[in-house]
Design a protein around this ligand. Structure first.
Ligand SMILES: NC(=O)C1=CN([C@@H]2O[C@H](COP(=O)(O)OP(=O)(O)OC[C@H]3O[C@@H](n4cnc5c(N)ncnc54)[C@H](OP(=O)(O)O)[C@@H]3O)[C@@H](O)[C@H]2O)C=CC1
Ligand SMILES: O=C(O)C(=O)[C@@H](O)[C@H](O)C(=O)CO
Length: 276
């Protein structure tokens, strides 16, 4: 595993593990396997209703809690004070953990206009030692500018939808200029038709890699941190096997041009989308 270093000095693996839809007994088993298979960064959310399975997977795995980076996220319905601190504390109770390494605001929900209030709650949680690093998901430049102007604190991480069909060049540039690490959610496009793209198949064959491995490697070479989800051992292991090859600049360009203006998997544009 190779690492990025966040602006606050925290070292973070270049590839993490998504847990959306990993729930209950089978979810806990899949999370335990992911840890035993080598993942050290885990991504969950209050809204996934699996922080309990996450905590169980962590307790069952053969790796110390202190060697893991555990992420969860605050849902929009708890952004207003005093709901935010108690929701974060509930996340901790659900997981059975006494701190999160990373806690993120899940969506900006611009119509509610409560994300600055919620951000202040994360700043306070960090000061209280409940969270080591704070960040956001799905924030656009205008939202991030407001956090900076109104709190003076920028997120360390911005987790956004990113894959070859939606490569987020402008948001990536903004994040990089502001020392914010971009994480890629749905880095495999949720296993959509994208995995059958002829350009990706042709390039992957030349590197003797799968299309999925090519995509994950491309994301890392963009200085992005992908968090693929997989419920099975074979895919979990294969998705980690991306550190033994380098995509050439010309092949990177061929993948970069696959992006589409309407390439989002679920048409969730953070400028208007609301999630509670
Ligand atoms: N902040 C946010 O707003 C959001 C965050 N997220 C986070 O990002 C994570 C990843 O995104 P997600 O939406 O789950 O989608 P992904 O792009 O990670 O795709 C997951 C799908 O890919 C399949 N898959 C995984 N590995 C392989 C492989 N090697 N070959 C073929 N198929 C494979 C999985 O199937 P199988 O399980 O059978 O392997 C699953 O169907 C989430 O789990 C969540 O943690 C996601 C959405 C929004
Ligand atoms: O999975 C997440 O983190 C989400 O934010 C969800 O919106 C997810 O993207 C979804 O599609 C729910 O229908």
């Amino acid at each position: 595993m190779e690492y990025y270093t966040l602006a606050n000095g925290m070292r973070i693996p270049q590839l993490g593990f998504g847990t959306y839809k990993l729930n209950g007994f089978s979810g806990a088993m899949a999370i335990k396997s992911a840890i035993n298979n080598g993942y050290r960064l885990l991504d969950s959310a209050y809204n996934y209703e699996n922080e309990g399975a996450l905590g169980q997977g962590i307790r069952d795995a053969d790796v110390r809690r202190s060697d893991l980076l555990v992420t969860s996220k605050l849902p929009g319905r708890y952004y207003a004070h005093p709901k935010a601190p108690s929701a974060l504390q509930e996340s901790l109770y659900r997981s059975g953990l006494d701190y999160f390494d990373i806690y993120l605001l899940h969506w900006p929900n611009p119509q509610d206009d409560q994300y600055v209030e919620a951000w202040n709650a994360l700043i306070a949680a960090q000061q209280a030692g409940l969270v080591r690093t704070i960040g956001v998901c799905n924030f656009l430049p205008a939202h991030l500018d407001r956090l900076q102007q109104e709190t003076g604190v920028l997120p360390q991480i911005n987790q956004i939808e990113l894959h070859p069909y939606f490569n987020q060049l402008e948001q990536r540039q903004y994040d990089e200029e502001h020392n914010i690490l971009t994480e890629a959610w749905s880095p495999l496009g949720r296993a959509s038709e994208m995995l059958k793209d002829p350009t990706l198949i042709e390039i992957a064959k030349r590197y003797h890699k799968t299309v999925v491995q090519l995509i994950l490697r491309w994301e890392i070479q963009l200085n992005v941190l992908p968090i693929p989800k997989s419920s099975n051992d074979r895919n979990q292991l294969s998705n980690l096997d991306v550190f033994d090859f380098t995509i050439t600049a010309s092949d990177m360009d061929k993948i970069n041009v696959l992006t589409k203006p309407d390439g989002r998997t679920h048409n969730q544009d953070p400028a208007t989308y609301q999630e509670f």
